[in-house]
Design a protein around this ligand. Structure first.
Ligand code: KIV
Ligand code: ZN
Length: 515
């Protein structure tokens, strides 16, 4: 594909850069679920992880390379033979594979982080791309901290890696320092100055530290001539996150007359992808978030409502249904049978691996329907997620909870849970019912972890909604998120806390690509 074409490649890095957000780490099966949804969304490239980071990352990439057939699967690798060989091995089952190798090119990063001379960086970048090309003819190169790198040096490095066979040149604004016009112009100048620049597709990768990631990405495309945007669902990513996929895609579509660019995204899958990523990572979507926030299509003011009733376009530039919002509707209830449940799973794009898994999820559904009259799509998504979580990480498992609070009394909680299959009962007191519950669990487990975030969200509408709780724990420099859902938010809190403890318990350590 050439840079003058009007086809824009959407490269999703939710599973790699998105996962670098503190606490957003996902299990292999969670990543495969998200990758399948990204395939339904029709993203062109899925960056599935960083194969050399940990055995868990390696296995996840391999599983995604096996499960996904339509999108190209990519692994990140530092610019060394070991990382690249590991990426190639993980990607072996993929129908289409890409190796994405990178090395920092800014003075600051080369001196302070890599402790390398520019000439050494240049040689290492060239060697890495040459070696990667031995494994696939789809090789992407990124000069890390590109937006703060010296332009003359960038020209030498990028010309060199294109000569070695890099097919995509990705220009990262690693620290979110760029501003749109300057960023776009830098890319335009680089493309003009580098003699072989037309042999590669140019790409942008922006971080959102100044809230400019989407604007910078679009400037990179319009001014710079880039034809690939790297982005994540919900803008998930380190610090303030990455370019939000839903925002760039809907800007391109809504303002198609101006951008005159096409991408292959099926926009009706956007909301499902957003909900899935939020639920799996425990990163709630802010209500006023563009496109996927709960209020993105809500009109509260009387003047707006009046205008909308007369003509929808008065205050709405996109249609909610075009991005996959559906009116929240009761889908199932106590009397619904297994077949209706299974069909709803299929409609929601959930393919459970075996009949045994469908049965387990159906049993949970029945249990929930006994306690809650109306079951919404969101409830089904949460219970499937809960079921998969408990199958994957069973070291700590919630069994039951008894809690008491009354005005003027200190709340108490009695939690029954299993540790490695053995049932324990523990009691605790606290400032509030959630505090008492966490104290009860900690009294038995003694994890020593620090609770750094506690949030509660209603999954659907009304007071009968299930509460979805996220608990973020930190211990010895590791940060993990646990998520739990239940109509009783104290039970949801206990589940979330145990889920976070399970993640801390799993010993798999990762290497951060940008230490
Ligand atoms: O932000 C960044 O520089 C990256 C690179 C690895 C592309 O994520
Ligand atoms: Zn990044």
């Amino acid at each position: 594909m050439s840079n003058s074409s009007n086809r824009l490649i959407i490269f999703d890095t939710t599973l790699r850069d998105g996962e670098q957000s503190p606490g957003a780490s996902m299990t292999r099966d969670e990543k495969v679920r998200i990758a399948r949804q990204l395939e339904r969304l029709r993203v062109d490239v899925i960056e599935a992880g960083f194969a050399a980071a940990s055995p868990g990352d390696f296995e996840s990439i391999k599983a995604i390379a096996t499960a996904v057939r339509e999108s190209t699967i990519c692994s990140l690798s530092r610019a060394n033979d070991r990382d690249i060989a590991r990426a190639a091995e993980a990607l072996a089952p993929a129908e289409r594979k890409r190796i994405h190798t990178f090395i920092a090119t800014s003075k600051l990063h080369m001196e302070a982080k890599l402790r390398m001379l520019p000439e050494q960086v240049l040689v290492q970048a060239r060697n890495a791309v040459r070696f990667a090309r031995q494994h696939t003819d789809d090789v992407e190169f990124s000069p890390e901290d590109g937006s703060r790198s010296d332009e003359d040096f960038l020209c030498r490095v990028l010309e060199g890696v294109i000569e070695e066979g890099a097919t995509t040149i990705n220009f990262p604004d690693t620290v979110g320092y760029a501003v749109p016009e300057l960023f776009g112009e830098t890319i335009r100048r680089l493309r003009e100055r580098i003699p072989n620049s037309d042999k590669a597709v140019w790409s942008v990768h922006c971080h959102n530290d100044l809230g400019l990631a989407v604007a910078n990405s679009l400037a990179g495309v319009m001014i710079g001539g880039a034809r690939q945007i790297e982005c994540t669902i919900n803008g998930l990513g380190e610090r303030a996150g990455n370019t939000a996929l839903e925002e760039v895609v809907m800007a391109l579509r809504t303002r198609g007359g101006y951008y005159n660019l096409e991408c292959g995204i099926d926009t009706t899958q956007i909301v499902a992808a957003s909900k899935m990523v939020s639920q799996i990572t425990g990163f709630a979507v802010q209500p006023n978030k563009a496109v996927v926030g709960a209020n993105a299509f809500a009109h509260a003011s009387g003047i707006h409502q009046d205008g909308m009733l007369k003509s929808r376009e008065t205050y709405e530039i996109m249609r909610a249904e075009d991005v996959g919002w559906t009116a929240t509707k009761i889908v199932l209830g106590k009397l619904s049978g297994r077949n209706a449940f299974k069909q709803r799973l299929q409609e929601l794009g959930i393919d459970l691996a075996s009949e045994a898994e469908v049965n387990a999820a159906f049993a949970r559904f029945k249990e929930l329907a006994d306690r809650k009259a109306d079951i919404f799509d969101e409830d089904i998504l949460a219970l499937v997620s809960d079921e998969q979580q408990s199958q994957e990480r069973e070291f700590y498992r919630f069994v039951a909870l008894e809690q008491r609070s009354a005005s003027g009394e200190m709340p108490t909680a009695k939690v029954v849970f299993s540790i490695d299959g053995e049932e324990h009962v523990s009691e605790g007191r606290g400032d509030g019912p959630v505090d008492a519950t966490v104290n009860a669990i900690e009294g038995e487990v003694g994890s020593g972890a620090e609770l750094v975030l506690f949030s509660v969200n209603a999954i659907s509408t009304g007071t009968q909604s299930q509460g979805e709780v996220t608990m973020r724990l930190s211990r010895d420099g590791r940060i993990v998120n646990g998520v739990g859902a239940d109509p009783d938010i104290i039970v949801a809190s206990a589940k979330a806390y145990l889920s976070a403890l399970n993640k801390l318990h799993s010993k798999i350590e990762r290497v951060n690509p940008q230490p």
